[in-house]
Design a protein around this ligand. Structure first.
Ligand SMILES: Cc1cc2nc3c(=O)[nH]c(=O)nc-3n(C[C@H](O)[C@H](O)[C@H](O)COP(=O)(O)OP(=O)(O)OC[C@H]3O[C@@H](n4cnc5c(N)ncnc54)[C@H](O)[C@@H]3O)c2cc1C
Length: 452
């Protein structure tokens, strides 16, 4: 047990509320501030981004015994349902029993705040943090940026205030603070597939649905009430873009041509399209994440990534697992806790940022590419035969808690091997032959020899 501190967490999002549970477990007084009203009191529209929760997220939840409460609001998805223009393919995510889980962000956030409150954390909503004095861990809170501010002093402040963090904003003004922010030229918009009249799902409930179409794609994740939340990812400008779909006729014609099997299941397509906002996607990197033993950034506040690996929240939850490991290791030495935390997490945050960006290319174009599908088929077949020799990249990221940086490095070398295999003559016909198997084994042995 550590010496008790007064700790403020800025941001009652998914990461801030789970962090509060951990800090309570370590015996601290925890106050959480959020500029928004209490999400539990707000009329819920029923529409919300769904998140895919995987191993890293579950591990962080289970460590403080809240995983089962969250499982109650989660739907397992064991496969991708790939909607091509003229056919539907299914592709399992991992081995038998391996799933990712669809959870509504709103429901999850409500639950996390309830759980943090039950653990003894105190929440302060509609409290905007405008600034922080780093040396004194003092928050500056007020109605408006130029109005009166109240000061609240703490022993430690955590910035869990998301991609556009005010706490980071203050840290950025120090010298030697590195920062980069890059927007994709692709935006996203939510659409909705309602439930059937009897409450059942209109599409397979246990699949992550994808309509891959090159530069743009549609995805759909199941909700508990029988509906699906769809997200359309598409360039802002150009031939097939948000800008090019100007009116109801354009939208309906675009969907009829490109997503024909979605037409019957999205009844309010044009209404949703024009009512719902088009949002941006950003990758943000920065370093350092901490200031002495006073301030630490966590979650999207220090590593915002594009959502194509479904890992943003999972990575934020893993930050908390690692922070807690350091707490257990270094006791009251918060300087070391913070420096070891950022040292451990930064390379992994960079790796998942890279993997997420690459996965956009994979999901949008490659899932419709015959060569890519063949590669995945060979990998799956080989990995089933030699599970100790070949864990596919997706499984390393999603179904394990080994470092993301390791997954990236091993994924690159597996890809190099597969490039060689795909050069074999007539590989389409002999993909599951002894020849292919021994080629992969040879290449793996060569790599092992080089590494030794
Ligand atoms: C389209 C999309 C799909 C995604 N899908 C997935 C997925 O499938 N799986 C996954 O793991 N991740 C996914 N993510 C990423 C995930 O949403 C984020 O990584 C996660 O929400 C980060 O949580 P956070 O608590 O760090 O930040 P946030 O959720 O951004 O929370 C920040 C909180 O801080 C508060 N705040 C901000 N500024 C202030 C201030 N000045 N004063 C007081 N309070 C403040 C905000 O009100 C908010 O409550 C997705 C993201 C997007 C955009």
């Amino acid at each position: 047990m550590q010496t008790q501190k007064r700790i403020a967490v800025v941001g009652s999002g998914l990461v801030g509320s789970l962090l509060a549970i951990y800090l309570r477990k370590a015996g601290h007084i925890v106050h959480i501030y959020d500029r928004s009203p209490d999400i539990r009191q707000i009329q819920f529209s029923g529409r919300s981004i769904n998140l895919a929760m995987s191993n890293r997220g579950w591990k962080a939840l289970d460590n403080v015994n809240v995983g089962d409460a969250v499982r109650e609001i989660a739907i397992p998805m064991d496969k991708r349902a790939i909607h091509l223009v003229d056919k539907l393919n299914f592709q399992n995510y991992g081995q038998e029993g391996e799933c990712i889980y669809s959870i509504s962000r709103g429901s999850l956030n409500r639950k996390m705040i309830d759980l943090a409150e039950a653990a003894g954390a105190e929440f302060f909503f509609e409290q905007k943090i405008w600034d922080v004095t780093l040396k004194e861990a003092t928050l500056h809170i007020g109605e408006t940026e130029r109005g009166e501010w109240e000061e609240k002093k703490y022993d430690i402040v955590f910035g869990a205030d998301g991609a556009f963090s005010r706490i980071r904003h203050r840290m950025q003004r120090q010298s030697m603070f590195n920062y980069s922010q890059e927007f994709l030229n692709i935006g996203y918009k939510e659409l909705n597939i309602p439930a059937n009249p009897d409450g059942s799902h209109k599409l397979d409930k246990n699949s992550f649905h994808i309509w891959p179409r090159g530069e743009y794609m549609l995805i759909a994740l199941p909700n508990l009430d029988g509906s699906f939340t769809c997200t359309l990812f598409m360039p802002f400008e150009g031939e097939n873009s948000f800008e090019s779909l100007k009116d109801r006729k354009d939208v309906e014609a675009f969907f009829e041509k490109n997503f024909p099997d979605s037409i019957d299941v999205i009844p309010k397509l044009a209404e949703d399209f024009f009512e719902n906002p088009t949002s941006t996607l950003v990758t943000m990197k920065c370093f350092p994440w901490t200031y002495k033993d006073k301030i630490a950034l966590i979650g999207d506040a220090c590593h915002a990534i594009v959502p194509f690996y479904g890992q943003g929240m999972n990575a934020g939850f893993e930050d908390i697992s690692v922070l807690y490991e350091m707490i257990e290791k270094y006791g009251d030495d918060w300087v070391t806790i913070f420096s070891e935390y950022q040292k451990s997490r930064k390379p992994n945050a960079d790796a998942i940022a890279e993997l997420s960006y690459r996965n956009f290319l994979e999901m949008s174009s490659k899932t419709a590419d015959d060569k890519f599908l063949l590669q995945k088929k060979i990998e799956k077949w080989f990995s089933d035969k030699h599970p100790e020799k070949w864990i596919p990249l997706y499984s390393r990221v999603t179904f394990s808690d080994r470092p993301y940086a390791e997954a990236l490095a091993i994924g690159d070398y597996q890809n190099a091997i597969m490039e060689e295999v795909l050069k074999l003559e007539n590989v389409e016909a002999i993909w599951n032959s002894e020849e292919v198997e021994s080629k992969i084994l040879d290449l793996l042995n060569k790599e092992a020899t080089v590494q030794n």
